[in-house]
Design a protein around this ligand. Structure first.
Ligand code: HEC
Ligand code: HEC
Ligand code: HEC
Length: 263
């Protein structure tokens, strides 16, 4: 083999290696309105492995993705739920039809749904199937048909946000740690400042309406960066923090202002 051929191979290998980044320069928008026929992991295998290695966060979201009562509830725009009925934003009640094994529209009995993210029907959520829990437009009643949907931790319909806009008042209870994590974080506590600061910055992800309502974690026309705070504690993402030493205690003042650990 002469040098030219070797160089050719080297370039080819290098080319393959950098291609995903090149492709990403040109893409940026693709839509999976339902997306069920697309294998996300084909192109995003790196993300799949990140998701799979996120420990407890993965386990919990995998369970949520595999619960078709929950996924149907999300896709219908549910505001209240029990084992036999779902009430949606329009106050339509969907009852569980035991023989059909589907949720049936009580005001239009011909309409029955059961939204499952288990694309290959093997009874569990595997490989790319979990992506749909957070990136499927229809599941969140997103009005957009263009661009990929990104929904983040402090979405109204997931873990709440500082505005507590309460677009889904019936599902967001401020006493629930799970659906009001964002709201609770926005209240006075040691980590409040991080969340408020991040929430006041736009991320690179465009916002889309959910069932005709603007989510509370909006910043202009983007999703806010509030979710970075959640990632700071709940993922292995490294965070750069500069901890400033407390100002020296001034012994000459008898009643100095208390600075740390606000109420
Ligand atoms: C054919 C390859 C391919 C497939 C299949 C694919 N993607 Fe992508 N995806 C891309 C590329 C390329 C980008 C652009 C990356 C960038 O801009 O950095 C992208 C971007 C994204 C983004 C970021 C969008 C944004 O607003 O920045 C998300 C989220 C996403 N994809 C999710 C998915 C999901 C979920 C699936 C499965 C339904 C999927 N992708 C399937 C290639 C693919
Ligand atoms: C638990 C919810 C959740 C799941 C599950 C999930 N994602 Fe994401 N995804 C997010 C969030 C939140 C972001 C924004 C992260 C950030 O910017 O720090 C995101 C961002 C992305 C991006 C854009 C990354 C970038 O650099 O702009 C892509 C691509 C993506 N996800 C693909 C996937 C794929 C493929 C899967 C399935 C293997 C998946 N996601 C599963 C929540 C999720
Ligand atoms: C300062 C670190 C920190 C930040 C920031 C943080 N969390 Fe947590 N989170 C924790 C800890 C620690 C626990 C476990 C609490 C316990 O076991 O009592 C937890 C628990 C949870 C739980 C489980 C609650 C339950 O009752 O089982 C959820 C859901 C959650 N966090 C979501 C979020 C979301 C969403 C955000 C961002 C809006 C966030 N967290 C931000 C540290 C954090």
């Amino acid at each position: 083999m002469n040098k030219k051929i070797l160089l050719y191979f080297a370039l080819m290998v290098f080319g393959l290696y950098v291609m995903p980044n090149t492709v990403s320069l040109f893409a940026g928008q693709h839509t999976f309105y339902s997306g069920m026929g697309v294998s996300c992991e084909k192109c995003h295998s790196d993300i799949l492995s990140q998701v799979e290695h996120s420990g407890d966060v993965y386990v919990k979201h995998r369970a949520a993705a595999g619960n078709y009562n929950y996924t149907t509830y999300l896709s219908l725009g549910g505001i209240s739920y029990n084992a036999t009925s779902i009430t949606d934003y329009n106050n339509i009640v969907w009852n569980w039809n035991t023989s059909q094994r589907k949720w049936q529209n009580s005001s239009n009995p011909a309409e029955m749904v059961n939204v499952s993210l288990d694309k290959n029907g093997n009874g569990q959520i595997d490989s790319g199937e979990i992506c749909m829990l957070c990136h499927n437009a229809t599941l969140f009643g997103a009005s957009t048909h263009t661009g990929t949907t990104v929904r983040v931790c402090d979405d109204d319909r997931c873990h709440g946000n500082l505005v507590y806009a309460n677009n889904s008042p019936q599902i967001l209870g401020s006493s629930s740690n799970i659906t009001a994590a964002g709201y609770n974080l926005s209240q006075p506590n040691a980590h409040q400042a991080f969340y408020l600061q991040a929430s006041n910055m736009p991320s690179s992800f465009g916002i889309s309406e959910t069932f005709g309502r603007m989510p509370g974690n909006v910043n202009g026309s983007f999703i806010s960066r509030g979710f970075w705070t959640c990632e700071g504690c709940h993922t292995d993402t490294s965070v750069n923090i500069t901890i400033l030493p407390a100002p020296a205690y001034n012994h000459s003042v008898s009643s100095p202002e208390k600075k740390r650990y606000l109420p």
